[in-house]
Design a protein around this ligand. Structure first.
Ligand code: NAD
Ligand code: UD1
Length: 342
């Protein structure tokens, strides 16, 4: 297959690029480098010995998307990763989130349609389950969101579902990711957040490296195993493999499917911290802070559908995730830029 990856220079996109190239497919990434570095795909080319082509362009600009299809197509399928993803920021600048995350999809789908490329895999999120407490979270549960970022995922799911209902040859797989962490085992590609990380694992890694002093645990009075929040952490390479399986499914089946990508197991903040300490032999100092507004107590997937429909399941353990995340951080203390002034 020849696959277009929008947002392909990002965290999940670069790991998926590597996975697809290793499986013998060709990829082209379209990315405006708003939250990523061209270095990621250079390293994917080095690791695989195959060409991970990057086209710098914006998915909300029709001419940019058209150019990729004309000059680098035809494509058998598209994975649409491109979008803004920070929950807190989406509350501060909602219009920018709706503009980028919705316009990119509308522009992309119109250009795909024009070029007869009708197979699409979309990056959705477990955030669309909102405040649902009925774990494990199954795809048929009612959805709803608590922040603008989440609503952009929810609206994109609706747009793509309507498109697939209207045009019988369209095939869409909506992947609801749980909490992707870790990095490729080589330590050459990984998650490179700008500024102080919002998410748990990158924060833990920066405490381990001494860049940050201590972890702030957001609440220890939840109704969970030890009072701290429980999440379904999934290794980014397992997640990448889920995209390969979703693409194979999409080219064989018409219509729309929504599929969770999670392990089906939940771990608390303190369980993750202890797993990190054990895997890497490093102590993580922490303090307990009040709950973070908008957080829920427990969130983990029912992964049965992914197993049945996509023939996929996660294979890597929490220890693997902690080891690989630290290996990346250790080798790249300042991310792809290689200096402190990012
Ligand atoms: P990321 O920020 O590393 O990757 C997104 C990429 O999209 C970046 O390289 C960015 O430069 C690019 N981009 C943004 N807007 C663009 C535009 N208009 N045109 C072209 N490129 C654009 O994020 P990620 O963690 O790799 O996430 C990928 C996708 O998965 C996102 O849609 C995100 O919302 C979704 N998702 C991520 C997580 C997670 O925990 N990382 C969880 C659930 C869903
Ligand atoms: C968050 C987003 C979610 C997004 C996901 C991946 C929110 C409310 N949700 O999920 O939409 O898809 O990131 O990008 O932001 N924690 C700490 N200290 C920290 C950071 C986190 O204790 O410094 C705790 C949180 O309270 C939570 C767990 O660690 O219990 C995981 O947090 P995080 O990594 O931010 O992911 P989510 O909140 O699950």
């Amino acid at each position: 297959m020849r696959v277009l990856l929008t947002g392909g220079a990002g965290f999940i996109g670069s790991h998926t690029a590597l996975c697809l190239l290793e499986a013998g497919h060709e990829i082209v990434a379209l990315d405006n480098l708003n939250n990523s570095s061209p270095e990621a795909l250079k390293r994917v080319s080095e690791l695989t010995g195959k060409q991970a082509t990057l086209v710098v362009g914006d998915c909300t600009v029709e001419a940019d998307v058209e150019k990729v299809f004309t000059e680098y197509g035809p494509f058998d399928a598209v994975v649409h990763f491109a979008g803004h993803k920070a929950v807190g920021e989406s509350v501060s600048i909602p219009l920018e989130y709706y503009r980028n995350n919705l316009n990119s999809t509308l522009v992309l789908c119109n250009v795909m349609k024009k070029h007869g490329c009708l197979n699409l895999v979309f990056s959705s999120s477990a955030t669309v389950y909102g405040t649902n407490t009925q774990v494990p979270l199954h795809e048929d549960l009612p959805t709803g969101c608590t922040n603008p970022y989440g609503w952009t995922k929810w609206m994109n799911e609706q747009i793509l579902t309507d498109w697939s209902h209207a045009e019988k040859d369209v095939s869409v797989v909506l992947l609801r990711y749980f909490n992707p962490i870790g990095a490729h085992q080589s330590g050459r590609i990984g998650e490179d957040p700008s500024g102080i990380p919002n998410n748990l694992m990158p924060y833990v890694c920066q405490v381990a490296s001494g860049k940050l002093q201590k972890l702030h645990v957001f609440g220890n009075d939840y109704d969970t195993v030890d009072g701290t929040g429980v999440r379904d952490y999934i290794h980014v390479c397992d997640l990448a493999n889920g995209h390969l399986k979703a693409l194979e499914y999409a080219v064989e089946h018409k219509g729309v499917e929504v599929v969770n990508l999670g392990t089906g197991e939940g771990y608390s903040v303190m369980q993750l911290v202890h797993a990190f300490e054990e895997a890497n032999g490093i102590e993580i100092p922490y303090v307990v802070d009040p709950r973070r507004p908008g957080d829920i107590a427990i969130c983990y997937a029912d992964p049965k559908k992914a197993n049945e429909k996509l023939k996929w399941q996660a294979t890597r353990t929490l220890t693997d995730m902690c080891r690989d995340a630290w290996n990346w951080q250790k080798q790249n203390p300042f991310g792809y830029h290689g200096d402190e002034n990012k």
